[in-house]
Design a protein around this ligand. Structure first.
Ligand code: SF4
Length: 429
């Protein structure tokens, strides 16, 4: 058993209240459990209890064993002198404040429903990836829908917070932040790290000064380390442009190298050279990408932010090799939707927090509800239980539920877990 289970029992009053008394035998009445304290000090603040005929207000500290008080050195910590009740699973010793006065204690071990303890242990000790898998089908759909909705919102808020950190590191420049997120997005699964490195090696302020898409390509491919051999007229042109621009913008010595990029185990359409050509097309198509993300309204408008035709060379090549191949003029819809999910949506979520305007978060969720996303090994875990993802919003919700609740076994914080525990609990007297 963990202490958070005792917190849960205390917070929800899931203990037998008949003849409630302290370990000293004094009648006890809990008027208010208090507010859970996430800072240093006792676990619950501003609780009110009545012991015998005296009403006390102060803090409540919770431990598995009373002797944990000493193990945690609370007997010398003045913050714990305000504790009015020590709630423990097992009262194995008496505890006192720094001035030697005894702290009233409530022992829970004979007051908690055995079915509740059994269900809790089953969730904690389950070996399956989704600890509640056995009972998942019996949980009402409304509870699952509500929890998945919460998990989605929390996931987007977390992604938004990560972008707000990035935004601070870019001196609160939204266009520079969006450029970094865009570069990372174009790395898709395999080349995110080098793409982020490129975003640092080639600041958006330099990209903004480019006069043509050829200059944007020269800067991107040059800084990425792809312009070392000039085998075609096209690569000659890019190399010359890059030499000129890297000197002009003092980029010498900051370029990456070709070996930083991964070409292994991927279809040619996903090669980083192809993605860089597509990124160049997007960057050259507009000066203010972040503004466009905020202002687009329809799914088509969001798709068109990313599905910009590449230059002639890249319509016939996957790499700088002179031999032509049948490539695509724009990225496919699946890739554009991936960028909506991983670039547009997190930027909208971040801006929602920055501007304290929930409308942007709702816009992000609506976007997710309109795009499809292939299932992955995590969403399949829930699909095996009978749940079916219809849209990217469902997929992202399942990812949030898994990473923040199921994987770390945070069932006590989960609405589904609470429903399961309540369903299995016998009526408290
Ligand atoms: S966190 Fe919720 S959904 Fe996940 S295993 Fe626990 S109860 Fe089930």
């Amino acid at each position: 058993m963990k202490e958070d289970f005792l917190h849960y029992i205390w917070q929800h009053h899931y203990y037998r209240k008949a003849d409630l008394a302290t370990t000293e035998g004094e009648p006890l009445q809990v008027m208010r459990t208090g507010y859970y304290n996430t800072d240093a000090g006792p676990d619950f603040r501003e609780a009110i209890v009545k012991i015998s005929d005296v009403e006390w207000s102060g803090s409540v500290e919770i431990h598995l064993r009373a002797s944990d008080w000493r193990r945690h050195n609370h007997q010398t910590d003045l913050k714990y002198d305000q504790v009015i009740l020590h709630v423990v699973w097992e009262a194995d010793e008496q505890i006192v404040r720094t001035d030697g006065t005894v702290i009233p204690m409530l022992e829970l071990k004979d007051r908690v429903d055995t079915a509740l303890i059994y269900t809790y242990k089953q969730l904690q000790e389950a070996r399956s990836a989704i600890p509640c898998a056995n009972v998942w089908p019996a949980v009402p759909e409304i509870t699952k829908t509500m929890m998945l909705g919460r998990a989605l919102t929390e996931r987007l808020e977390l992604k938004g917070q990560e972008i707000l950190h990035l935004h601070a590191s870019y001196n609160h420049d939204w266009e520079a932040t969006a450029y970094h997120v865009l570069c990372k997005g174009f790395g898709f699964k395999i080349n995110q790290v080098p793409m982020e490195r490129l975003a640092t090696a080639l600041p958006v302020t330099v990209i903004r000064k480019a006069q043509s898409i050829v200059q944007v390509e020269a800067l991107l491919f040059g800084q990425a380390g792809f312009l070392t051999d000039a085998e075609t007229d096209y690569t000659h042109q890019l190399s010359n442009e890059y030499k000129f621009l890297s000197h002009k913008y003092k980029l010498q010595g900051t370029a990456m190298q070709r070996h930083h990029w991964n070409f292994m185990r991927m279809r040619p359409a996903n090669f980083p050279t192809v993605r860089l050509a597509q990124l160049a097309a997007v960057l050259a198509s507009r000066q203010h990408f972040f503004t466009a993300i905020l202002e687009a309204q329809t799914i088509k408008q969001y798709e068109s932010l990313f599905m910009v035709p590449v230059t002639a060379f890249w319509q016939e090549h996957y790499t700088f090799s002179p031999e032509p191949a049948k490539a695509q003029s724009t990225m496919g819809k699946g890739s554009a939707h991936n960028l909506i999910i991983n670039v547009a949506v997190p930027l909208l979520a971040a801006y929602s927090q920055f501007a304290s305007d929930r409308a942007y978060l709702e816009k992000a969720i609506e976007l997710l509800e309109r795009v499809k996303e292939a299932s992955n090994k995590i969403t399949r875990l829930y699909e095996e239980l009978g749940w079916k993802a219809q849209t990217a919003a469902d997929n992202q919700a399942a990812l949030g539920l898994y990473k923040n609740y199921c994987q770390p076994i945070q069932c006590l914080q989960c609405a589904i877990g609470n429903k399961i525990l309540r369903q299995n609990m016998l009526t408290q007297s």
